[in-house]
Write a protein that binds this ligand. Structure first.
Ligand SMILES: [Zn+2]
Length: 178
């Protein structure tokens, strides 16, 4: 499995004020924010964003060695407690999950399960590239859960790719996989 680290010069890998300041500065010299958002992010060689992104793209692809321990998948618990299991405005997602046998009391377990599977799938390159914008590259990962009868349910989850092998859950449920 070969991995690359997307690299745009001058962009610190560490997220935060400094990285954003440099990105804003470079934007003034017409270095697009889509490219600078990708800087530092890891992708499998055969499953990476379009390269180059555009004509006169300054990005480089550097080989990087990636292992289970170098990746992290994080899902904010509120994605479950306030998105999936939110009663007033969840567009029926709570009903779907409750049909399958899950309720808000399972939020912590679901979080751990989703994080565990997402990390394994990211590591094995089993993710689908979605759009990229100034905030970064989105990917979709299929997670397998079980319903009450122990039948597998496959759900699509949306993630944002961050520098240094980190992904965070943007959408814990964007549809079932048929
Ligand atoms: Zn570029």
């Amino acid at each position: 499995m070969s991995w690359i680290k997307w690299y745009h010069y001058m962009i610190p890998d560490e997220e935060g004020a400094k990285r954003e300041m440099v990105r804003d500065k470079l934007l003034q010299y017409s270095h697009c924010k889509k490219c600078t958002a990708l800087s530092g992010c890891y992708f499998m060689w055969n499953n990476k964003p379009t390269y180059p992104q555009h004509i006169y793209c300054d990005c480089l692809l550097l080989p990087v060695s990636v292992s289970y321990d170098s990746l992290t998948a994080y899902c904010d618990i509120r994605k479950l407690t306030e998105y999936i299991f939110r009663y007033d405005n969840s567009r029926g997602k709570n009903y779907l999950f409750e049909d399958w046998g899950y309720n808000i009391g399972d939020a912590e377990n679901l979080k751990e399960e989703v994080e565990r599977q997402a990390k394994e799938k990211y590591l094995s390159g089993d993710y689908r590239l979605q759009f990229a914008n100034e905030y970064g590259q989105r990917i979709t990962i299929t997670i397998v859960l079980q319903d009450r009868e122990k039948h597998d349910i496959m759900i699509k989850t949306g993630w944002l790719v961050h520098p240094l092998g980190r992904i965070t859950c943007a959408t814990p449920f964007s549809g079932a996989v048929k």
